[in-house]
Design a protein around this ligand. Structure first.
Ligand SMILES: *[C@@H]1O[C@H](CO)[C@@H](O)[C@H](O)[C@H]1NC(C)=O
Ligand SMILES: *[C@@H]1O[C@H](CO)[C@@H](O)[C@H](O)[C@H]1NC(C)=O
Length: 372
């Protein structure tokens, strides 16, 4: 009898694990700043069956103006038809500036935001004009503008996620974390209602990427663009998993990747090929400059959340973020005396194949966006 019971338990267990792929998807909220790779990260998340995207919050203090939220509405309504997922507009200015100079925002201040040129924002706002080739939604994002309140809307989104899924949401942050820091100032106890925040940001043991602020060699844009928000995030009791440049650098784009991408047959596979080909041609001077400077940073944070075995996670780092209003040193992760909390983790090592375009991240990304 006893052995039959054991057998039964083992049998049931193996049935459950063989149906693992059918387990309910992970509820996520994406907080974005609208660069091309943020757009691709949202596309990848929407099309990944492991994830249940509950809404997108948008900030205009990064790589695009927040009006390009319309692009996100278009892909959400196409991929999740009828769901009317919230796409919520948040901060337009970094906290350093809005705390100190609330009356003069945008002129002449906001030096962090000046590190992104208006030409870059022009390109990303309209996805180089390719956004007209998306399957356009009837939902006009402007209609949602009335009554936007990032703190209240964020809280409502978290509450409805818990109510409807029985799970706390994971937040995937792909830009500066102004919205999240602003939200936590208003609702500090909500850290307990968030499973984890996975943030593409920072450069730990590798150079930064502020090509427009060449004297600042160690900062990464998402941290630099709102270093006050970064400090507040680190000081909170949120579970944080950082996906820094150390990780994203390991799987660069190359001609082999473009070759694979060019062969995709789905609507979004072809769209992604056009988008990345245009970015390569338009913004970097030469192909080799593009391959050195442009990475699929944010889709890699999505892949880390999907937990498909592409990363090695480490914790117990002693790190702090610099933020003094000095462009040459701000936004850097530096050593600190204090051990960063146990709930701060870093994805440091990526699984890389040879050739690199065969790495698990690329295989999954291409596979998912090529699904019709
Ligand atoms: C946003 O919502 C919060 C929480 O309900 C409220 O305290 C705050 O006053 C609202 N802000 C605006 C600008 O309406
Ligand atoms: C950057 O560094 C160079 C060389 O040290 C210096 O001449 C220049 O003034 C610096 N620029 C800024 C904006 O600090």
């Amino acid at each position: 009898m006893f052995s039959i019971l054991i057998f039964l338990i083992i049998f049931i267990n193996s049935v459950i694990s063989s149906h693992d792929h059918q387990k309910p998807p992970l509820p996520v909220i994406i907080d974005t700043d609208g660069d091309t790779d943020d757009f691709l990260a949202i596309l990848y998340a929407l099309k990944s069956r492991e994830l249940d995207v509950r809404g997108v919050t948008y900030q205009g203090d990064g790589w695009s103006h927040a009006a390009s939220a319309q692009n996100i509405v278009d892909i959400i309504d196409d991929i999740y038809p009828g769901k009317n997922l919230p796409v919520i507009l948040g901060a337009n200015y970094d906290l350093f500036e809005s705390d100190r100079n609330p009356k003069t925002l945008g002129s002449p201040g906001c030096f962090y935001q000046k590190s992104v040129s208006e030409n870059a924002r022009r390109d990303t706002d309209l996805l180089y004009g390719l956004n007209r080739q998306l399957r356009l939604s009837k939902r006009i994002w402007y209609d949602a503008l009335v009554g936007f309140n990032i703190t209240k809307n964020f809280a409502d989104l978290i509450d409805s996620t818990i109510k409807q899924t029985g799970k706390k949401p994971t937040i995937i942050a792909t830009g500066p974390v102004t919205n999240i820091a602003t939200f936590l100032r208003a609702f500090p106890t909500y850290t307990k209602r968030i499973e984890k925040i996975v943030w593409m940001g920072g450069a730990i043991d590798v150079p930064g990427n502020l090509f427009t602020v060449p004297n600042n060699t160690r900062a990464e844009f998402n941290v630099y663009l709102d270093c006050v928000a970064a400090q507040e995030l680190l000081a909170s009791d949120l579970n944080i998993l950082l996906v820094p440049l150390d990780f994203t650098n390991k799987t660069p784009l190359n001609p082999g990747f473009f070759d694979k991408l060019s062969k995709l047959t789905s609507f979004y596979g072809k769209f992604t090929y056009k988008l990345l080909s245009t970015a390569r041609a338009a913004s970097f001077g030469s192909d080799s400059a593009f391959y050195n400077a442009y990475f699929l940073w944010d889709p890699k944070a999505v892949a880390v959340v999907k937990n498909i075995g592409i990363s090695k996670i480490v914790s117990n780092r002693k790190l702090a973020v610099t933020c003094e209003g000095k462009e040459n040193i701000d936004g850097q992760f530096v050593s600190s005396q204090i051990l960063t909390k146990a709930n701060f983790e870093v994805a440091i090592d990526a699984l890389v194949s040879n050739p690199v375009e065969d790495s698990p991240f690329f295989n999954d990304f291409l596979d998912v966006i090529n699904k019709d």
